[in-house]
Design a protein around this ligand. Sequence first.
Ligand code: UGA
Length: 442
Amino acid sequence: MKVTVFGIGYVGLVQGAVLAEVGHDVVCVDVDAHKVERLKQGIIPIYEPGLESLVRENHAAGRLDFTTDAAAAVQHGEVQFIAVGTPPDEDGSADLQYVLSVAETIARHMESRQIIIDKSTVPVGTADKVGARVAEVLAQRGREDLHFDVVSNPEFLKEGSAVADCMRPDRIIIGTGSEHAEEVMRELYAPFNRNHEKIIVMDVRSAELTKYAANCMLATKISFMNEIASLAEKLEADIEMVRQGIGSDPRIGYHFIYAGAGYGGSCFPKDVQALIHTADSIDFDAKLLKAVEARNAAQKTVLFNKIHQHFDGNLRGRTFALWGLSFKPNTDDMREAPSRVLMEALWKAGAKVQAYDPEAMEETQRLYGNRDDLTLCGTKEAALKAADGLIIVTEWQAFKAPDFDFIKQQLSQPVIFDGRNQFEPKRMARKGFKYYSIGRCV
Ligand code: UGA
């Protein structure tokens, strides 16, 4: 099938590459000419395991191309994916200007019946807006004869395992009331729907809400555990024991119940805010979602508070080794990363940071530039040199079994602040460390 994808971000690029991999003929469009040129040379703009080879191989095989020529791209596809960003507006609502401008572009250049697929995470009612915009432009062109359907087909991939998630989705949500659109979507996704039925067809609005509900449910699980972790500290209990104790109930499950330094990334914070905003806009008070968001904002300060308290509020002139800058492992993405809130608080208190991350060093440099109070280190060992303490914010594999004797030698005092509960408190005490973690005051 001939496929066009608008927007070469995380979702668009991964989706495009994966559709090409199973044999579809895919053209990806973006307004960023530099990005398009680099992709043609096999240079991909993000770090994502497995993506580079997938892009290179499918581009070389002629199944995956990149262009800035929107008109030609629209004419290429039988289906048109909209996978552009929906950044939060100042008030937290999703900004739809890019989505609607792609809708307009499609309407301006389409010459045959089209299926327009909303892949971006968009508020309930967006498909209607996209449909209205397309109809408007077709009317201006005097081409009301051209049929089109707008389908909501949200994406559930996770950064760091995006290719695998997209190749083996656990569900494929198709929101449409049109039999024709359903048939085309089933054909498009047939290669991913072989062993058991993963396609769930529903009305457009339910599909749009499903995406937000999924992310908000996961964010809620995390905020709930973070709250219980804070309680556990006060009650002298251990959140890791509690986690195992409740996770064994299949109705709760072991996934997404890890207390930590707060959730970050481009999805949870934005989507929780956007659903709160949607609720507000219809005069519905989304009390639970507001609490989830407030808990997370507070959680991002928990590690700093522990550091502040340990040093009796005297952080001026101190230096900290910081391991892990990305919002989670296996990505270089630092959007809404807890590390940023922490570093900014440390700087404000007059402390210096010696930071290391396996992938996010360039991104850190881009975000913070050259500042006297930030040293970007080439290795995790270099970050430790003469620091007053080690802070772990992201649970990269490379941080899981460090040389504790070496850490002790390097630090001016043996103290570790661990925002991801990577080590056993008793073992750390035996090794001679003052060890702070989240919710493990035992
Ligand atoms: C999330 C969802 O997991 C995907 O299903 C969804 O498709 C995606 O958003 C999206 O809407 O595009 P992602 O943002 O890549 O994916 O990251 P997650 O792996 O979900 O992690 C989010 C944050 O939660 C991270 O900061 C992570 O450290 C934190 N987290 C996760 C916890 O603090 N505790 C946990 O138990 C799990």
